[in-house]
Design a protein around this ligand. Structure first.
Ligand code: ATP
Ligand code: MG
Length: 247
């Protein structure tokens, strides 16, 4: 079972869009996928048209059994919802004397082997939940917005990953996925070239800028449902194949 955190400390780079649509692509390829929304914004669930009352927070705090927290959002695609409830979970973790960073890992252990993929949509910033998500995951996919990200911004995040690797050596930055790619913008290609130099093994096919991708969550639909012929479908399908190649 592969556990992949979609993460970057910077906001608005396409983490949720990537988590939801990569999860959908893998599910359509016949994989059993769990999407975990580790964000108080609850955007991953909403992008699938759901705002579950019970989700990750209730499961981790031991209030419910996994069966009651997991929602089958689509064929092969389950959701463990995030949202406001995670604020309480953060407080609970913060109160622990030790081992707080492994709270998620311990609570989700019973799910081991039940899925082919667990994708975690993480929040921007760096807090106990972000750290918990990275202690649970074995792989990181970092979306790099070609519009707003500087390589310096990425550098800071890499330092944080290294700090976690000291305690969780299995964790690797596996994929760097350029987002908001626009061929007409010269800067886009320049940044991709730079990324190629720094991340020759991690760099994936990019996700092109697409209005359809930004519209789909408003309808509670994945890009595969909302605009099946769009570039987003093509791009996320290619990325899913890259990810599946490493099985
Ligand atoms: N390739 C794309 N083309 C156009 N719009 C996009 C693309 N990817 C994402 N968007 C839009 O950009 C905005 C930010 O994307 P998204 O919510 O996925 O980022 P995020 O990293 O999860 O943000 P946050 O850090 O707040 O959680 C959203 O409105 C989304 O619909
Ligand atoms: Mg998000």
């Amino acid at each position: 079972m592969r556990k992949i955190a979609i993460a970057l400390t910077k906001g608005g780079v396409g983490k949720t869009t990537t988590a939801v649509n990569l999860a959908a692509a893998l599910a359509l390829a016949g994989k059993r996928v769990l999407l975990v929304d580790v964000d108080t914004q609850g955007q991953a669930g909403r992008s699938l048209g759901m705002e579950p009352e019970i989700g990750l927070a209730e499961l981790v705090m031991g209030d419910v059994e996994p069966e009651d927290a997991l929602i089958e959002a689509r064929p092969n695609l389950w959701l463990l919802g995030g949202g406001d409830g995670l604020a309480g979970l953060k407080r609970m973790i913060a109160r622990k004397d030790f081992g707080g960073e492994r709270t998620l890992r311990e609570a989700l252990a019973p799910l081991d082997g039940r899925f082919d993929y667990v994708l975690l949509d993480t929040a921007p910033g760096w807090d106990v939940l972000a750290v918990n998500a990275l202690f649970y995951a074995d792989e990181i996919l970092t979306p790099v917005s070609l519009e707003i990200l500087t390589l310096q911004g990425l550098q800071g995040f890499l330092g944080k990953i290294q700090a976690i690797q000291a305690y969780h050596p299995d964790l690797i930055l596996r994929y760097v996925t350029p987002t908001f790619y626009d061929r007409r913008v010269k800067k886009s290609d320049e940044i991709i070239e730079q990324l190629k130099t720094y991340f020759p093994d991690q760099l994936t096919h990019p996700v092109r800028y697409s209005v359809r991708l930004s519209e789909a969550p408003g309808y509670g639909q994945t890009i595969f449902e909302y605009a099946p012929k769009s570039t987003g479908v093509f791009d996320y399908t290619v990325i899913s194949k890259i990810v599946m190649k490493h099985e």
